[in-house]
Design a protein around this ligand. Structure first.
Ligand code: VGL
Ligand code: ZN
Length: 200
């Protein structure tokens, strides 16, 4: 079975000093660089929002970051503006060794639809093309790492599993946001779905 490392959203805005900083988010960088050296296949995902994205609290008058609202596809957490296309915050952490990656999947670029998942957008019907790419290349075993454990990593791992891949999340190569129990919930859902929880 051919395997692929999926590196989720290791971008400046999710690291200390960034707009939506994940605590200790930058600590994953050297761990992921070491891991990537051991894989022939590495894919990066990149959160890539338009300036007026529906997941930004600033797009909804009167709303504040970390509140939730109902959008056409269901509940949406509202975030500080982050990973705006072309900004320094949307760039990969400058110590992340990205040369190895053959594919960068951008997501969250539809103004009205968020995408925590690297596979399926939040409307649960628009695909990013990543599953097709991996299948066509015969990559059936996925190792997922990056930011944040309880949002984009978990959603990517769950969708990959639901699409039929073997999936493991590398816990020490991830960091979490942990919003109102989201981290524990994410691990529970991943375990129930058959996502393996491993260490680098
Ligand atoms: C993420 C919140 C909003 C993530 C992205 O990468 O986990 N979280 N956008
Ligand atoms: Zn985002």
């Amino acid at each position: 079975m051919r395997s692929c490392l999926i590196v989720v959203d290791v971008q400046n805005d999710f690291c200390p000093g960034g707009a939506l900083a994940v605590p200790k988010g930058d600590e994953v960088v050297p761990i992921i660089n070491r891991l990537a050296a051991r894989f022939d296949e590495v894919v990066l995902t990149q959160d890539w929002h338009p300036r007026d994205h529906a997941s930004f609290a600033s797009s909804h008058p009167g709303k504040k970051p970390f509140e939730t609202i109902d959008l056409a596809y269901g509940k949406q957490v509202l975030w500080p503006d982050h990973c705006v296309q072309g900004t320094a915050g949307a760039a990969f952490h400058d110590k992340l060794q990205v040369e190895k990656a053959k594919l960068i999947i951008r997501k969250g670029f539809h103004r009205e639809v968020d995408s925590y998942s690297g596979i399926l957008e939040a409307d649960r019907s628009t695909t990013t093309g990543l599953a097709g790419y991996l299948k066509e290349k015969g990559l059936r075993e996925l190792f997922v790492c990056g930011l944040a454990t309880d949002f984009c990593v978990a959603w990517t791992a769950l969708d990959a599993r639901a699409t039929g891949f073997e999936v493991a999340v590398i816990e020490d190569a991830c960091r979490a946001i942990d919003l109102e129990g989201s981290l524990e919930r994410a691990w529970r859902e991943m375990a129930a779905a058959g996502v393996k929880r491993i260490q680098s």
